[in-house]
Design a protein around this ligand. Structure first.
Ligand SMILES: Cc1cc2nc3c(=O)[nH]c(=O)nc-3n(C[C@H](O)[C@H](O)[C@H](O)COP(=O)(O)O)c2cc1C
Length: 430
């Protein structure tokens, strides 16, 4: 049995194309599309929704924001936080994991917001911790450029130490609620933390009540050596986009080893791998769909070059399309460059970027075939599941939640209902 989540961005999902729905241009600005999706995902038995976020308008590609805004590509984008309570109101079990940047969110405010959301969701909140890789983000917060890559992780470690101390500043039984003695909270069980770090200081205590999970499920997607250390030290849920079964296994084994060196039990973290399944009625149907996606070379090329520029902070519009895919050192999303090098061996940039965006493994087929493929991959890798990355159209959601999920369940690969109310317990159930 393995875990299944969905990676969701609060941006335009599909517009000006078939299956975009009635109002694909603007429906993402309201919660209904995501509420419908979340209800389906819960019906399908998914563990969680990871809510992507970024804080900049991409203008690296061709030195302009033209591609980004002409195509509604990753911008405009909404803050996922306000969608959390709305989705929670319409669901009961699924975990909700909004993205939080440790580089720019003041720790006290983040601790307070996440504690509040843990109450509002009855213990179903998580936090996808990112360090914000882009210079434009840094400039939106008053810096000239983003801080050095590993330094961001140093700061992130201390940020996590601080928010955890704030969450622990109330002892679990500090709320007394004794009417006969008229004691609401025991003041001796709520402590200042007087945190004095290298980058942050905070007195504490937090002024929220202790939340159902104690602290949210912490999640992260770093792929570099320093990113993996951050994950091994701090988080409960890891997202990965390494390429191929061998790399997935290496990644999982490596992070689990690092956890041991930090004195943690490797089974306390779950690692899910990004996939974009191409689902058809039959294997042949899915193959036709996949061939059609591959044939859209021109559109794929522009989108991929913009996407690579987005993550690397380097303009892929300046590279020779008929030379090998460039490999370089970046201060932005570092492992993205390594993944592309691995994925593109022997290919020119044009060949590589003309293909549909690749995720960890290629999954093409009927729900039944894909369920078997996923089972085989997990068998080899050892665990712990997959994170679906597809635009949130009602068609894509139905294909996964009412097609793939039941096929997985029939094979005993996926949960059949939820046994726990807290997200952390759901995640650690198997
Ligand atoms: C599945 C997945 C989801 C991610 N989600 C976000 C996100 O929402 N916001 C963001 O700024 N970065 C996101 N990232 C980027 C990571 O936080 C990180 O910057 C990237 O994996 C590179 O890490 P590295 O520099 O340690 O190699 C995501 C990466 C992956 C693989």
């Amino acid at each position: 049995m393995f875990h299944l989540g969905w990676f969701m961005g609060f941006q335009m999902q599909s517009w000006n194309s078939t299956w975009a729905g009635n109002d694909g241009a603007t429906n993402w600005m309201k919660p209904e599309l995501f509420v419908d999706a979340a209800k389906s995902m819960e019906r399908g038995g998914l563990d969680c929704i990871v809510m992507e976020d970024a804080l900049f308008v991409q203008d690296v590609y061709k030195g302009s924001q033209e591609f980004t805004l002409t195509n509604g590509f990753m911008s405009p984008k909404h803050d996922p936080m306000p969608y959390v309570p709305v989705i929670a109101e319409h669901t009961r079990h699924i975990g909700l994991v909004p993205t939080v940047t440790t580089s720019f969110y003041p720790p006290f405010l983040a601790a307070r917001l996440l504690s509040t959301l843990d109450h509002v969701t009855d213990g179903r909140v998580g936090a996808n911790l990112v360090m914000s890789h882009n210079d434009r983000t840094a400039q939106n917060f008053g810096l000239d450029a983003q801080r050095e890559h590993d330094h961001r992780y140093e700061m992130g470690d201390e940020w996590v130490d601080l928010v955890k101390r704030l969450w622990a500043s109330w002892e679990a039984d500090a709320l007394v609620l004794d009417e006969s003695r008229h004691v609401y909270a025991d003041h001796t069980k709520v402590h200042p933390i007087n945190f004095e770090g290298e980058f942050y200081r905070s007195r504490g205590p937090l002024n929220t009540a202790p939340s159902p999970q104690g602290y949210p499920v912490l999640c992260q997607a770093g792929g570099s050596a320093r990113g993996r250390d951050f994950a091994a030290r701090n988080v409960d849920l890891l997202l990965s986009n390494v390429q191929g079964v061998e790399a997935m296994k290496e990644y999982r084994d490596d992070v689990r080893r690092r956890m041991v060196s930090f004195g943690r039990n490797p089974d306390d973290v779950k690692i899910v791998f990004l996939v974009s399944p191409v689902i058809g009625e039959t294997d042949d149907d899915a193959q036709v769909k996949w061939e059609r996606m591959k044939a859209a070379k021109e559109a794929n090329l522009e989108a991929n070059l913009a996407f690579l520029s987005y993550y690397s902070g380097v303009d892929y519009g300046t590279f020779d399309l008929d030379a090998p895919v460039p490999s370089f050192f970046t201060n932005a999303s570092r492992s993205t460059i390594d993944h592309n090098r691995d994925k593109s061996a022997g290919m020119t940039l044009r060949e590589f970027a003309s293909e549909p965006v690749r995720s960890t493994v290629e999954l093409v087929g009927s729900p039944d075939s894909i369920a078997s493929q996923m089972g085989d991959v997990m068998e080899e890798v050892g665990g712990d599941g997959f994170l679906i990355s597809l635009p949130v159209t009602r068609r894509n959601v139905a294909e996964v939640t009412d097609g793939l999920a039941p096929a997985l369940r029939k094979k005993g690969l996926m949960r059949d209902g939820y046994s726990h109310s807290l997200f952390r317990d759901t995640l650690l159930e198997f």
